[in-house]
Ligand binder design. Structure first.
Ligand code: NAD
Length: 500
């Protein structure tokens, strides 16, 4: 398909102190399409020196940026919102090229523009309290920006996560260094160019491309970074948290993975429950932290649910992510492809099956399918894969697979459903489908999860409700009304008032 942008004109440099610059040692890495296997772009990789320069720029920009009033900071965010909204096609194309995200379901530009618009007004919420409760005093608190923020994001929804980190930090008066994922750096670089066009003061936002090492780990351990806000896997989250503790005990926000359960009771609307759980698994080709990858169905309705789920889940059109007719793109890269296949093998093994179970995919063809007249489908595609009756203790049941692989098991009683749902170290999103309101409320209370959907499942989230994980799924909450607090310190000022 023809591209709606000139790929050789796409920004590939680092954005430091208001300028696009090559890396200090000139080192680059190549981003390849998981659909065509062709090189999409060669991107400069941030070195230690570059990361230090970005933090120094953010530190230098902090006094002036934090001294602006919320209206002034908000004006920059409003301009950015408009530019992001207007860049929908370009951002969708860049994410499709880098990690196979179908343009047909790309909501990220409009969604994140709304986030910038929200935070354009939100700076005024940074307010303290007063107290007359100490004799002879009129005491009060000040809410003040924490300082330089480090942000590290994954590849699966980079434009949305960029907004979730950058917008509240800036509204609070912080300055920021964001490192994008090595798998999808181009949309973040496009956002850097929009930040530049919006006229933000140099150093306020710095955008680095590169890997966990050295750039990500340096940000986590940098002595001048006061808060590290990380979204990614549990394994990397542990490194980030340890690095923060070992360095300056910076504040840590972690938004990590999930293995989210959906409980389908026998009185549920099976049609609705099957449609929505399929949608949850289909989002981003199963590469979503909130995917309901464990579904528990009450035994009496299990056959009906399974039939309805299978019919919808398997009805996909795999193809070029740039084709508006494509409903499932390839997995993000060969590493994801291998990892998912590995778990499919483990799922088969847990059921004692060798070749009768879910199919593992062959390594994909190396023939590219774009522009050379070859109609063969290439790409790291994993078709929708359903496991039933895998033991609860099996690795494929317990680990986050991050692909279109769902486990559907059964339960007899409410107590058993809740016990199985909670028998995990994750706790990001859980759902319950039932028409019994008392049961819905009992189960919602019992589920160990940051978000519970009653008769709905992911991707349903609400902007003004907190988002984050119980247990190993994270530390802290984000969302309108919650994120600003993450970036503010609270200072108690004790003011003695003399009697006349
Ligand atoms: P990842 O943990 O491999 O990488 C995330 C980021 O961390 C990347 O930018 C990477 O370069 C960087 N990184 C790697 N090693 C590092 C280190 N030692 N120190 C600092 N940074 C380092 O995750 P991924 O594969 O990019 O993303 C998938 C994961 O993200 C899944 O587990 C998914 O559930 C999770 N996720 C969570 C949410 C949420 O809101 N909870 C949202 C999206 C994705």
């Amino acid at each position: 398909m023809g591209l709606p942008l000139a790929i050789n004109e796409v920004e590939n440099r680092l954005y430091i102190n208001g300028e696009f610059v090559p890396s200090s040692d000139g080192k680059t890495f190549t981003v390849k399409s998981p659909y065509s296997y062709e090189a999409v772009a060669t991107v400069y990789e941030a070195t230690e020196n570059d990361t230090n320069r970005a933090v120094a720029a953010a530190k230098a920009a902090f006094p002036a940026w934090s001294a602006l009033d919320p209206h002034e900071r908000g004006a920059y965010l409003s301009r950015l919102a408009t530019l992001v909204r207007d860049s929908h096609t370009e951002l969708a194309t860049l994410d499709a090229l880098c990690m196979g995200r179908p343009v047909s379901s790309y909501f990220d530009a409009h969604y994140s523009a709304n986030i910038y618009d929200h935070y354009a007004q939100a700076g005024f919420d940074a307010k303290g309290q007063t107290s007359l409760n100490t004799k002879g005093h009129m005491n009060f608190t000040l809410r003040q920006p924490i300082g330089v923020v480090g942000a590290i994001i994954p590849w699966n929804v980079p434009v949305v996560l960029f907004a979730h980190k950058v917008a509240p930090a800036l509204a609070a008066g912080c300055t920021i260094v964001l490192k994008s994922s090595e798998k999808a750096p181009l949309s973040s670089l496009k956002l850097a160019s929009l930040i530049h066009a919006a006229g933000f003061p140099p150093g306020t936002v710095n955008v680095l491309s590169g890997f966990g090492n050295p750039s990500g780990s340096m940000l986590s351990s940098h002595m001048d970074v006061r808060l590290i806000n990380f979204t990614g896997s549990v394994a990397t989250g542990r490194h980030v948290s340890a690095a923060a503790a070992r360095s300056n005990l910076k504040k840590v926000i972690l938004e990590l993975g999930g293995k989210s359960p959906a409980l389908i009771f026998e009185d549920a609307d099976i049609e609705q429950a099957s449609t929505e759980t399929v949608m949850s698994m289909r989002l981003l080709s199963g590469q979503a932290c909130i995917a309901n990858s464990r579904i528990y169905v009450q035994k009496s309705v299990a056959p009906a649910f399974l039939a309805a789920f299978r019919a919808k889940f398997e009805d996909v059109k795999c193809g070029d992510p740039l084709d508006p007719a494509t409903t499932q793109g390839p997995q993000a890269d060969g590493i994801q492809f291998e990892r998912i296949n590995h778990y499919i093998a483990l799922g088969n093994e847990a059921m004692g099956k060798t070749d009768a179970g879910a199919k593992q995919q062959q390594p994909p063809s190396t023939t590219n399918s774009r522009g050379n007249g070859n109609s063969k489908i290439s790409g790291f595609f994993i078709p929708p894969t359903i496991f039933t009756s895998v033991p609860e203790s099996a690795p494929s049941m317990r680990d986050e697979i991050f692909g279109p692989v769902v486990h559907i098991n059964t339960f007899a009683t409410e107590a058993e459903a809740v016990q199985k749902a909670n028998d995990t170290e994750f706790g990001l999103y859980a759902s319950v489908y039932t028409r019994d309101l008392d049961r819905a409320m009992r189960v919602a209370r019992a589920l160990e999860s940051g978000t519970v959907g009653i008769n709905c499942t992911s991707p349903t989230i609400a902007g003004d409700m907190p988002f984050g994980g119980y247990k190993g799924s994270g530390i802290g909450r984000e969302g309108f009304g919650y994120s600003l607090d993450n970036y503010l310190e609270t200072k108690s000022v004790l003011l003695r008032v003399r009697d006349e």
